[in-house]
Every structure is written in structure tokens, then in C-alpha cells.
Write a protein that binds this ligand. Structure first.
Ligand code: BES
Ligand code: MN
Ligand code: MN
Length: 462
């Protein structure tokens, strides 16, 4: 075993203890009540980077939460890997569904994690994952084996749309110059079938409002004779997807990349486990776009989902009322070559078109993001594949993910470099949900794989 890998083995427990300390900080970017914790978390990350051996460590102010920067330049002629991650987390609610406190990390075993998993908000998304990079870097520094230059940007606003980061990278292009961006903020297909993520979907997110009568009405005096905004909104939402699971918005599929049958056959080599999939989420049947497998529906096809719907009386007991307004939040996951601007505009037009004349509708766009694809014959992908194959001792396949990390497309546009999505979570890790956890096996495999990536990538560039 190499000295670096030895160092990792010998310091395993400390790495985990340090991660647990980081997980105790409630760095919830969406809730202003936690702003102190978010700031404290940025300081803690900076301290870890410094202690690991990074230079120029800085907690960079932005309009929002700070971006933590650090670097180690050993030779300007060597390639530079830019590591990106986020130290902010999603709100933990509903709290009553957590088996232990979201910010009180505990180690427990699960059927998929017989070696144990750390349970806490942010354990898999993304503290446990970016921290693997800090520890792998420490191991390379302590054993004098860092083969190239490295820069870190760990941001604090990913879960709320990375608003400050876009401007910040444009203002710091020179400082952030790199050859490749390395990100661990995604998952592998399974511990038995490791994968490198080669695609992320884009996102278009809107809030809609349907207004009927100019005030709430008594449902006995008016019911049955006026448009009820809840009914109208429900009908409109139901109309957005047809019997075949196709989205009905005019022109929605115009720019969708048609993935070739060969490529689809290739991706469907990942052993689909329909029974396990259904069981893991308590369903007895799936649904989706006709003609596509579950794997395809959640990766290479665009989708539309209502994320929340409200209006009228939702308190205790009964209140007989027809509300004046009803609301919903709707997300659309996009694939190449759709853009959030195009899709938001098409949605808005269509939503107005299908609205009955006796109501008013309003569509308000939220943050969005572009899809991202890393070709599976690129040298960036090949270095990651080789690194993970070395750590797992298994063949690693490409895998397109359904989630979104909008900054990857922006990195390519502004900095001109490709992002390698070498994440180590499992889709069952319950990210954004109660009882989020991250497998210790995954945490350590990640730390092992990263130095191999640095080594293989540097070799490729020689
Ligand atoms: N790390 C996730 C994205 C992810 C998870 C991608 C697993 C692939 C596999 C990220 O933190 C996230 O939650 N992204 C949001 C979008 C963002 C704009 C809030 C998402 O995908 O919903
Ligand atoms: Mn994330
Ligand atoms: Mn997330």
C-alpha cells in the first residue's frame, strides 16, 4: 500500500470524528435564523483547509454567505485541479420524523450500510463529501505525494441557488484558473456497482397562482355556481401531463436531446432492480413517460412535478369556504439542449393558455439552472473511472443523474473547464429528507479514490 493510502488507513477514526464536529453546525442557508451557524461553518471549513496544508486560505465575503477558498500551488507548470463543494445544508424539517437530532451525528448500521453510516443533516449532501477532499488533500500533503496543484472553493449557498458564486467566479477568473473541476456532490449507482456521474439535469422552477372570486366565499351560498380556484388549479396541473406520461406544454420537447439507442442500451446495463426500487420507497407500482425505463425517466428525460400546493382552509377542524386563491410550486428537470429560460417561457404561455376565462393566473419564475453532460470518452471521465476502479476493485460505469448542480454549466462557460462528478453517496441516503445519512464505506472509498484521481489525471496531462 502506498504511503498516502497508509496514512488514510491510520487516521480513519480521526477523519470521522472531525466530520462529526462539522455536522454539529446547523449551517442552514435557507433560514436566516441560522445565519450565525452558516458563518461559523465557513470558519470551521477554512480552519480545516489551513490545517490540511492549504495556502492563501480565505473566507471570501459575498452579498450572501461567504465562499471558502484555499490552494496549494506546487508548480505552475503542473495541472491544477479545482475542488468544489458546499458547506450549507437543507432545512431539517419535518423534525418529528428524525430518529436522532439532525445536528447530533450518530453512527448506525442499515441494510445497505452494514459497516455503519453517519446520520445527520448534510452528512451526504455535502459535508461528508467535500470533507473527503480536505482529508485526501491532507493525506497527500503529509506524505509529500501531491502530484499537481489544487484549489478549493467551498460555498455556502448551493441549496438556495448559488446566487453569489456566479458573480464571484466571474470576478476571480484568474485566481480560479484550472484544468479540471472535481466535485463530490452526487451519488454512485450502488456500492456493488460504482459509477462516475456523467450528467446532471437542469432546472426550471415556477410558482403559480390562480385567482377566482375577489374574496373567500361561503361554500353553501356560492358553491356550485362559481369557479373554485383549488379545483381549477388541480385541473390545470393534471392537464400538464397526459396519459402517456408526456408533458403537454407546447414545444416542451423541441430541443430535447434524443439519446441514441446504442447509448440507451449502454446505460441500461446498470442492473435495474424494479422490485427493490419500489420497495425502498413503499410503492407497488411506478409510472412515467411511456417507452422509457425508470433509469431513463430519471436521467435522460425531462420531467415536471408539483412540489407543493395550497390554498383555502388547512387548519384544525372544518371551515366551509371557497378560497379566493390557490397556489402551487412546480419544478421541471431539464436535459440537453433545453434551457431554463426557454422552458419557463413555454410553461408561462401554456399555463395562461389552458386557464379558463373566469379566473386570473399568475406565474412567477424562481431560480433555475442548465443541464450538464461530461462525455464518457473524455480524459476527465477516464481519470475518475480509473481512480474509482483502483479504490473499489471493480469496473466503474458512466451514470447520468437526475439531480441538478447548476454551477457546473456556469463553471464551463466562465472558467472553460469540465467538471468531473465523482460523488460517493447512494440515492437511498435520504438527502433533503429526515434521517439523511452517509455510509462510512462510501466516505472512506471517497478519500481513497481522490489521491488516485490526482495521480491519474496528472499522468494523463503529461
Ligand atoms: N447535491 C445535490 C444535487 C444532486 C444530488 C445531484 C444527488 C445528483 C445526485 C444538490 O445539493 C441539490 O440539492 N441540488 C438541487 C438544486 C439546487 C438549485 C437547489 C436539486 O437537485 O434539487
Ligand atoms: Mn449538494
Ligand atoms: Mn442538496
Amino acid at each position: 500500500m502506498s504511503e498516502t493510502q497508509n496514512y488514510i488507513q491510520e487516521n480513519k477514526q480521526r477523519f470521522l470524528d472531525e466530520l462529526c464536529d462539522l455536522l454539529k453546525i446547523a449551517s442552514i442557508s435557507a433560514d436566516p435564523a441560522y445565519s450565525k451557524d452558516v458563518l461559523n461553518c465557513a470558519d470551521a471549513v477554512a480552519k480545516h483547509l489551513k490545517e490540511a496544508g492549504a495556502d492563501q486560505v480565505e473566507v471570501c465575503e459575498t452579498k450572501g454567505y461567504p465562499i471558502v477558498y484555499g490552494e496549494k500551488i506546487i508548480d505552475p507548470k503542473l495541472p491544477t485541479v479545482l475542488v468544489y463543494g458546499h458547506y450549507d445544508v437543507q432545512p431539517p424539517d419535518p423534525l418529528e420524523l428524525w430518529e436522532s437530532g439532525p445536528f447530533e451525528p450518530v453512527i448506525k448500521t442499515t441494510p445497505l450500510h452494514p459497516e455503519g453510516a453517519v446520520f445527520a443533516r448534510g452528512s451526504a449532501d455535502d459535508k461528508g463529501q467535500f470533507f473527503m477532499h480536505v482529508k485526501a488533500f491532507e493525506a497527500m500533503m503529509k506524505t509529500n505525494s501531491l502530484p499537481c496543484n489544487v484549489k478549493f472553493i467551498i460555498e455556502g449557498e448551493e441549496e438556495v441557488g448559488s446566487e453569489s458564486l456566479g458573480d464571484w467566479i466571474s470576478e476571480n477568473k484568474e485566481k480560479l484558473k484550472n484544468d479540471v473541476i472535481l466535485i463530490s456532490d452526487t451519488h454512485i449507482y450502488s456500492n456493488e456497482q460504482p459509477t462516475v456521474t456523467t450528467g446532471l439535469r437542469g432546472l426550471s422552477y415556477v410558482e403559480v397562482e390562480v385567482e377566482g372570486p375577489n374574496r373567500d366565499l361561503h361554500s353553501g351560498l356560492y358553491g356550485g355556481a362559481v369557479p373554485n380556484p383549488i379545483h381549477v388549479l388541480s385541473r390545470m396541473i393534471a392537464q400538464l401531463i397526459d396519459e402517456d406520461g408526456r408533458i403537454t406544454i407546447d414545444g416542451f420537447y423541441d430541443n430535447v436531446e434524443e439519446v441514441s439507442l446504442e447509448e440507451r442500451a449502454e446505460m441500461n446495463k446498470l442492473k435495474d432492480d424494479p422490485e427493490g426500487f419500489k420497495k425502498s420507497i413503499g410503492l407497488n407500482g411506478v409510472e412515467g413517460e411511456k417507452g422509457y425505463t425508470t433509469l431513463e425517466r430519471t436521467s435522460i428525460r425531462p420531467t415536471l412535478d408539483a412540489n407543493g400546493i395550497w390554498g383555502g382552509y388547512t387548519g384544525e377542524g372544518a371551515k366551509t369556504v371557497i378560497p379566493s386563491k390557490a397556489f402551487a410550486k412546480i419544478s421541471m428537470r431539464l436535459v440537453p439542449y433545453q434551457t431554463p429560460e426557454e422552458i419557463t417561457e413555454k410553461f408561462t404561455k401554456y399555463f395562461h393558455k389552458i386557464a379558463p376565462e373566469n379566473v386570473k393566473v399568475k406565474v412567477t419564475p424562481h431560480h433555475g439552472g442548465m443541464p450538464y453532460v461530461l462525455p464518457s470518452d473524455s480524459e476527465e471521465f477516464l481519470a475518475a473511472k480509473k481512480a474509482m476502479e483502483k479504490a473499489f476493485g471493480k469496473e466503474v460505469l458512466p451514470y447520468r443523474s437526475g439531480g441538478s448542480i447548476p454551477i457546473t454549466a456556469l463553471f464551463e462557460k466562465v472558467l472553460g473547464s469540465k467538471s468531473v462528478l465523482m460523488g460517493f453517496g447512494l440515492d437511498s441516503d435520504a438527502i433533503h429528507s429526515p434521517n439523511e445519512h452517509y455510509g462510512l464505506f462510501n466516505f472512506y472509498k471517497g478519500i481513497e479514490s481522490i489521491p488516485y484521481f490526482f495521480e491519474y489525471y496528472t499522468d494523463l496531462k503529461k
